[in-house]
Design a protein around this ligand. Sequence first.
Ligand code: F6P
Length: 562
Amino acid sequence: MTSEPARGPVDATTTNAWGSLTELSKNLRPDLRGWFAADPARAERLSHQAADLHVDLSKNLVTDDVLASLLALADEVRLTERRDAMFAGEHINVTEDRAVLHTALRRPSDEPLTVDGQDIAADVADELAKVYAFAEKVRSGEWTGVTGEPVRTIVNIGIGGSDLGPVMAYEALEPYVQDGLQVRFVSNIDPTDVAQKTADLDPTTTLFIVASKTFGTLETLTNARLARDWLWRSLVAAGAIEDSEDGRSDAVAKHFVAVSTALDKVEAFGIDPENAFGFWDWVGGRYSVDSAIGTSLAVAIGPDAFAELLAGFHAMDEHFRTAPLEKNVPVLMGLLNVWYVNFRDAHTHAVLPYAQQLHRFPAYLQQLTMESNGKSVRWDGTPVTSDTGEVFWGEPGTNGQHAFYQLIHQGTRTIPADFIAVANPAYPLHDADADVHGLFLANFFAQTKALAFGKTADEVRAEGVAEDLVSAKVFSGNRPTTSILAPALTPAVLGQLVALYEHITFVQGVIWGIDSFDQWGVELGKKLALEIAPAVAGDEAALAAQDPSTAALITKYRELRA
Ligand code: F6P
């Protein structure tokens, strides 16, 4: 396998397809009503199946010509070459000189994959076996704390990709969590987070998982130390350990495990490397929920369900890798996003899960999409040639309907929105005779219909509305949505959904010519926080070194701080 990156980026704006799309956009008069009337097969033609996901793209603002040009654009920028380079383990993360192989985490273990001379399929299988063995030990009660009590609460300490994936998946798969076990997630360095999450915990039945790819993240290491202090303090107070070096190291050995690529740093923290689970630098933090970073989840839902989750990821990987581009859902959805950002002036993209269990999915996607594609230079270091990275946001329906949907229906900007629902709920409750899930999904269908087809002035008038109120009650329609329907929120479906968005993000990155796998933009703030901390703590020289606004704010903070 070569470690050379594939050829440099193609400037998408110089392609023939970009020219065609510019022209098509200039002349496009979106008319979903007319388009559906003229082409009754539109919904069927523009709906696709990707593993268990039924994806209806027909309410997007595209004609066949637009779609053909988008696919031509993918061709001209050599999307499939880059995709294949990723799957093959080439160093497509150019600025960090790394392979990008989250897809290797979910391949069947009997399919070998050698990258940079290393049999990584075997490495992945070994580490996964270690995570599963640990999960079984905790779930069965074989793993005990200092007093011999089994674990009841796992606290995952991590941030960014070491938090958002596990917490999103834990919430999504809550019905699969073993009775008597719960996971909490501490991420923020705001001391409130660790204080609140430990306040009512019994230290004898609590296990901390410190999850950090680098094991150098200030927030995570600070929270890990706070948690360790809490553990020692409360175990001593409960008479469970001696207040001694031995007592404390026994407590860490039985109540702390770690997940990291930096096992030396784990040991320096005091955690036995035997109780640490590794992964590799070719797994980006935001792509790591399916690595050992998902250990808290694997314990909660068990190895079988975790394996099902991985199989779901893999099913979507295979779809992305092998489906013809015109039926390839991640490719089509990525291209549609490019269409909206670069040709229809969309600045944001809403993701609206009609599934309460997916309530952290938009937050998870924010890191995945915006840390990946919020870039101004291309992978060869030259400036980007078009806008990149739109803002992703969202909340579960129907809560969003009663909050921000007004803007999506009647605001001045185009906001493409993905609606996600499952046919079979985890909790099939009835309100008298009414199936509440049916009522819930009626909202899903109603919203996508209203956004697409709107309500004309004549239709408003026909309802007897006074003329001076008509314009306020008109819905323009032609507001683009994609509908994603799955049978149920199983581990496999969740894996498919996450992989779908990973690959959508990849497709957009390739069109824009950017390295979607580095994140240099978060480094400056981290460095400055360390430099500013002494000024906040009272160091006058450090304060004097700050710019006037920052110095004044720190001074104000110091005055206000009791
Ligand atoms: O905020 C940047 C970042 O590097 C993310 O990419 C990453 O997911 C997060 O910090 C946490 O990093 P780590 O897992 O190394 O603690």
